[in-house]
Design a protein around this ligand. Structure first.
Ligand SMILES: CCC(=O)NCCS(=O)(=O)O
Length: 349
């Protein structure tokens, strides 16, 4: 048994899991998404260069990845601080900050935000998708990657003594690359050593989540302590969703607040609306998965902050919870989704 056993690890240190409260399991507070810039539709170049006007807000919601400035969430720490204070007032307790290596993780800023707002912040260890892996990372053995991830949890990351409390989001694409496979194996090995939570960013294909689970399992990972993110843009067929749910991971619907017609990274995908997301949650609850669902907004661009007319970090607490209750999910089940499931996942074995 390690000193972490039975605890959760925030950027301010170890904590009793009962103190977490309502938890968003997948957010970003400071990061850069420049790695995933997508050129604007032909003819829209001028808007993309000058986006932050009321008249461009709809365009930005539809094309969030086509404007360099919108991808620099790390420039908005003051606005994020204000939003975290609102989140606390709305009944929020904890945020799992999923920024990993490749996305400009900034642990000192996370620590400062936790101190200034009283929101518990849990930071992520490991690596994002292949296109952000450096040549040095790509050359590393699984053992070396494992050592780095373990050290980020036990000793601190990025040259600081600030420790991560989850592994992930571990980034994977579709098909999963050799370097991503090594990182997944390293995440599983680190999880075996530490008994810690893991969270995965799957590729944009309905087969991707199950393939990640297969790789993790083969490397000894604990799927019951693993969250599969972004299911709202990945699995659309109810039958396929239930097949995936049987594998035993937590099922994360984390794009609440995102509504767009054309999803640029995969034009086959019809991004669901928030009403459709709630409907899917109600379906999963009816099918017996109320102990496996977790939710979040995955804010990773500026336009989703309330400062720019976005929904902010309190959207689920303020708007989605009432909708869940209206659609037959009970208060007890809502509490499981927001409090009990994140707590169980985040507690070290
Ligand atoms: C870094 C944030 C992130 O990866 N978000 C997921 C975006 S998407 O793959 O669902 O478009």
């Amino acid at each position: 048994m390690s000193q972490l056993s039975g605890k959760v690890q925030t950027v301010l240190g170890l904590m009793d899991p009962d103190q977490l409260g309502r938890t968003m399991t997948h957010e970003h507070l400071t990061m850069s998404f420049e790695c995933c810039y997508f050129p604007p539709p032909v003819g829209d170049e001028a808007v993309a260069e000058n986006p932050f006007h009321m008249r461009h807000m709809h365009w930005l919601r539809q094309n969030p990845y086509s404007c360099h400035e919108n991808l620099l969430l790390q420039q908005e720490t003051s606005a994020v601080r204000d939003e975290l204070l609102v989140y606390r007032k709305a009944g929020g307790g904890t945020i799992v900050e999923n920024t990993t290596t490749g996305l400009d993780r900034d642990l000192p800023t996370l620590k400062q935000l936790a101190k200034e707002t009283g929101v518990h912040i849990i930071a992520g260890a490991g690596y994002y998708v292949d296109c952000t892996h450096t040549e040095a990372t790509k050359k590393m053995s699984v053992e070396k990657l494992t050592d780095i991830i373990v050290s980020e949890v036990l000793h601190g990351a990025d040259g600081t003594d600030i420790r991560c409390g989850v592994i992930g989001e571990i980034g994977t694409g579709w098909p999963i690359t050799e370097s991503e496979t090594k990182v997944l194996r390293a995440a599983a090995h680190a999880q075996t050593q530490l008994g810690c939570p893991v969270i995965i960013h799957p590729g944009r294909n309905p087969a991707a989540p199950a393939e990640v689970v297969r790789i993790l399992q083969e490397a000894g990972g604990d799927i019951s302590k693993t969250v599969m993110s972004h299911l709202d843009r990945t699995i659309f067929d109810d039958g396929e969703l239930l097949e995936f749910a049987k594998l035993g991971s937590y099922l994360e619907y984390d794009l609440f607040g995102t509504e767009m017609l054309n999803y640029p990274y995969n034009m086959e995908v019809d991004m669901p609306s928030d009403c459709q997301r709630v409907k899917t949650l109600a379906f999963l609850v009816k099918e017996g998965y109320e102990d496996k669902i977790v939710v979040a907004h995955d804010i990773h661009t500026k336009n989703r902050l309330t400062k720019y007319g976005g929904h902010g970090y309190s959207h689920i607490l303020k708007n989605i919870v009432p909708k869940m209750l209206m659609r037959g999910i009970s208060q007890h089940q809502v509490d499981k989704i927001l409090i009990d499931n994140p707590k169980r996942w985040l507690t070290f074995k």
